[in-house]
Design a protein around this ligand. Sequence first.
Ligand SMILES: [Zn+2]
Length: 104
Amino acid sequence: MIKLFTSSDPFLLQSVKSELDALSIPYLVKNEFAGGAMGELPWQESQPELWLIDESWSTRANKVVNSLMDSHEPAEKFPWVCGHCNEPNGEAFDTCWKCGESRP
Ligand SMILES: [Zn+2]
């Protein structure tokens, strides 16, 4: 059995599961309901994990995950980084919010 995928995003996890279901790829989910324990466990340990029961599916399953990750990728939160102080800045800023340096 091999670990395919880990995400704290329940919607992404659900998307992967439904794709795997659609392709009849056998999997199981660990920590699916660990969200309730957040605050007691380090977040890494409470993330749901998707495991492939049969690793011969791994190539196909990884393609599913990768294509979902690509389409799911949220808009870049910090599209530029200040050349002066290395602070990440939002799209709306034309100058660094922290030090006032112009956007490169
Ligand atoms: Zn700056």
